[in-house]
Design a protein around this ligand. Structure first.
Ligand code: ATP
Ligand code: MG
Length: 293
């Protein structure tokens, strides 16, 4: 299987003509379930490669990588993050989850809480939800926007377009500072969400995952799909692409995400720092000292 071809299909860099309905949540790139073992092996290879690349990322200490995950409930954000990052050194990764903002967070602009969590050089940062909620849940529930304490004259019908622009500029700023941004929308079907919710109800050990709130949110399914589409149309860019990842089959979701992360790290053309002549001499001296013990 050609991995670059696999990725290309799901990567959106120019959103102008993007339509969500052109993307099938059940798509597996023609890989039938008979090829699942092969896909598992590919995922394992991807995870291994990721771990090797992360080591160079940290050693070189120039680039950083921010991975953003957005999705409807039960699309598999948590499981994907867990599997894809399973091989990496935990000391080099930070995962931040963004829930409804606290009173303190509401006192600031909406990027404030996220800015503090952007990864530094040499590190990978993962956002489990992000400032994109500001054009999703907030757009669908006007009462949330009202609770944001914004001065009235600033809340106009242009607010979503303004947010798209500000987010785009922020991501451009990060890219220009060496922090690459890659965004994932795990694209789940309504039918599969229902099946997963049912699974949470049927299995006692999964009951804790079930939230009646999620079922309420499901009633806004169409509004969410429209908001996601509009978000991708306005915020996909070459320096911060969206991946629209089919999410009805977890094994496939994980494979695409792992390959996309590997691809992003490879694009940095990472190299271990070169040891200077002076440093080499110091290393030789240290060796001598150890040998003389
Ligand atoms: P899981 O349910 O798997 O634990 P989750 O990401 O769904 O993970 P929740 O504890 O359910 O976590 O809460 C996240 C909720 O917070 C979502 O409903 C999301 O829409 C909401 N949220 C996130 N950011 C904002 C925001 N800026 N304003 C309002 N609500 C937000
Ligand atoms: Mg939830």
């Amino acid at each position: 299987m050609k991995i670059d071809k696999l990725l290309k299909r799901y990567r959106i860099e120019h959103g102008k003509h993007f339509r969500l309905k052109d993307h099938d949540p059940a798509d597996t790139h023609g890989l039938g379930s008979e090829l699942k073992p092969q896909a598992k092996k590919l995922l394992a290879d991807g995870v291994k490669e990721l771990s090797l690349l992360q080591d160079v990322l940290a050693a070189q200490d120039r680039w950083g990588l921010l991975l953003i995950f957005q999705a409807m409930d039960a699309a598999g954000k948590d499981g994907t993050i867990k599997h894809v990052m399973s091989g990496v050194n935990p000391q080099g990764v930070d995962v931040s989850s963004f829930k409804a903002p606290s009173a303190e967070e509401l006192h600031h602009g909406y990027l404030w809480r996220c800015m503090k969590c952007v990864p530094g050089r040499g590190r990978i940062g993962i956002f489990n939800r992000s400032y994109y909620e500001e054009v999703l849940v907030v757009r669908i529930h006007p009462e949330i926007l009202e609770s944001q304490k914004l001065p009235k004259p600033l809340v106009t019908k242009h607010i979503w377009q303004e947010r798209f622009e500000d987010i785009g500029n922020f991501e451009h700023y990060l890219a220009r500072n060496g922090i690459a941004v890659v965004k994932f929308f795990l694209h789940l079907s309504k039918k599969e969400q229902r099946r997963r919710f049912m699974g949470r109800l049927d299995t006692p050990d999964k009951n804790w995952k079930f939230s009646t709130f999620d079922v309420k949110e499901r009633q806004f399914w169409d509004e969410y799909q429209e908001a996601y589409e509009d978000m991708i149309r306005h915020t996909a860019s070459e320096h911060a692409p969206w991946y629209v990842v089919p999410a009805d089959n977890k094994w496939f979701t994980r494979l695409v995400v792992a390959e996309a992360v590997v691809d992003a790290l490879k694009a940095m053309n990472l190299k271990y720092p070169k040891v200077s002549g002076e440093q080499k001499a110091a290393l030789a001296e240290a060796r001598q000292q150890l040998e003389n013990e």
